[in-house]
Design a protein around this ligand. Structure first.
Ligand code: ADP
Length: 482
């Protein structure tokens, strides 16, 4: 068994602000069946400390960046955890990164350097009886573990950095460097220095033995100037150790055969039961209860990343073609207003709910005929994976994890009977209109449509394959170090 120390600033179900928490929470279990055993070091936020059972102190730092700190070893939600109990850094409730005023905590640099320093110490063997082959750090908040290990005297485990979102880098004024306790050589072009500032993610990207991101296509895209967020040069330089491993979904929460949040549960052989979910969705969101209308669902943050501004101009045509739209989302006020207006202009054909609503998200996946994800960039994306599992045909832009998870219904794929959805490119209103046109044509070819639904539901969107890929990566890294 490979022993992995994961370093994460959030972990489902204890603390979550985004997909990072889902991955940190789901991967340990998936890795366990694939050949790696994970202990995760997380900050001791009040919610984590409250959930921890059987906790025993395993190490004490008399002074970790301005206060004493203790590492506790225990379990919570079936996860093996090391919790950095450091009240001066993490003893704050609410969002892990933002203060009550909605702004980043003033000392986030020190807080996540602290997490990294503690993780590096554990990775280097400071806790008797706990040794690790791999330190697997997530995002900029975990990246400093890799930097501290790089400057540690003596042997160190292999290091892997997973990037969930290149847009967030942990960038601070150069003055922070003096507090980090690192040799001056760490503040260099090959190190933490980035345009005169300190950049945690950049440090991790420089020194990690392996870098991964959450889909193979996004791994390629971030080496280009358009998606590289200012780090594309470094990522090109490190391309030989960069790869993408697609996220999986929690297939117990998202399982149409057992989902308690939908009125009619169904399996691939019982697709006719989807009709009840479609009718329920139409009623719930104010659409005409027409079984024959092609119903397109959207579940999304309404930001420019997600490309839904392009949908607004398509709505008249969509309604004129007899299609329906069920949109669940929240975000930019102008976009929210645009969809509200569309719903008013097209009563019975367009419905929208502008808030976060987990049960409605399930009903949209279970009752829509298709689910649209027209993102401008998408590291992985989850809603198209849920759509596959629920037999809703995903219509996606060909970027990032969307490109890697949907098989476009082109002539070859249709002839081979393997299509699972529709991809379009470039991410423009015209290309989107073309995709919706193709979708409608397929909708009228019932046997082809049903074949696509069965293919979609048969696609493996679980963590199983991806967990094996992480383990293979760990193994090849370990083999390269001996
Ligand atoms: P991102 O993390 O960029 O927002 P993903 O597709 O990776 O995009 O994940 C989005 C997650 O949030 C999915 O689980 C989706 O179902 C959920 N979601 C987004 N908006 C809403 C909403 N308004 N109500 C309920 N769930 C939502």
């Amino acid at each position: 068994m490979i022993r992995v120390l994961a370093v994460a600033s959030e972990i489902f179900p204890l603390v979550k602000t985004g997909g990072l928490a889902d991955v940190a929470g789901a991967l340990p279990l998936a890795l366990a069946t694939a050949g790696a055993e994970t202990t995760t070091i997380v900050p001791g936020y009040p919610a984590v400390l409250a959930a921890l059972t059987d906790a025993v102190p395993v190490h004490h730092f008399p002074d970790l960046f301005g206060g004493s700190a203790t590492i506790l070893h225990g379990t919570a939600a079936s996860l093996d955890l090391l919790v950095l109990d450091a009240a001066h850094m993490f003893g704050r409730t609410g969002n892990p990164y933002l203060g009550p005023d909605g702004h980043e905590w003033f000392d986030n640099g020190v807080r996540f350097a602290g997490l990294g320093a503690a993780a590096a110490a554990v990775g280097a063997g400071i806790v008797p009886g706990l040794s690790f082959d791999i330190v697997h750090a997530h995002d900029w908040q975990g990246a400093m573990a890799i930097v501290y290990l790089q400057f540690h005297d003596g042997p160190r485990p292999g290091t892997v950095l997973t990037v969930h979102n290149l847009a967030f880098q942990g960038r601070y004024p150069a003055g922070l460097f003096a507090q980090l306790g690192l040799p001056g050589s760490a503040f260099a072009l090959n190190g933490l220095e980035y345009h005169g500032d300190v950049n945690f993610l950049k440090g991790g990207l420089c020194f990690a033995d392996r870098i991964t991101t959450v889909s193979p296509t996004y791994a390629r895209e971030i080496t280009g100037i358009e998606n590289g967020m200012g780090l594309d040069g470094l990522l090109r330089y490190r391309a030989s150790v960069l790869s993408g491993i697609l996220n999986g979904i929690d297939d117990t929460v998202w399982n149409p055969a057992t989902d308690k949040l939908i009125p009619a549960r169904f399996a691939p052989g019982r697709l006719v039961r989807r009709a009840d979910n479609k009718a329920a969705l139409q009623r719930r969101i104010g659409l005409e209860e027409t079984p024959a209308a092609l119903l397109i669902g959207v579940i999304s943050r309404l930001t420019s990343q997600k490309g839904l501004d392009m949908l607004v101009g398509q709505i008249d045509g969509l309604a004129a073609g007899g299609m329906q739209l069920a949109l669940l989302g929240s975000g930019e006020p102008a976009l929210e207003q645009a969809f509200l207006t569309a719903a008013e202009l097209h009563p019975g054909a367009v419905g929208c709910v502008l808030r976060y609503d987990e049960p409605l998200a399930h009903l949209i996946e279970a009752g829509s005929d298709a689910v649209l994800v027209p993102s401008r960039f998408e590291p992985c994306g989850l809603t198209q994976l849920y759509a596959l599992r629920y037999g809703a045909i995903p219509v996606v832009s060909r970027v990032g994890g969307l490109a890697d998870s949907v098989i476009d219904a082109n002539e070859a794929a249709l002839a081979a009977g393997v299509a699972t959805g529709i991809q379009f490119w470039p991410t423009t209103p015209d290309a989107l209109a073309g995709a919706l046109h193709r979708l409608l044509n397929l909708w009228h070819e019932r046997p082809v449509w049903q074949r696509m639904q069965r293919n979609a539901m048969a696609a493996d969107v679980s963590w199983r394959a991806s967990a094996s890929r992480y383990v293979a990566l760990f193994q090849s890294l370990l083999a390269s170090r001996t």
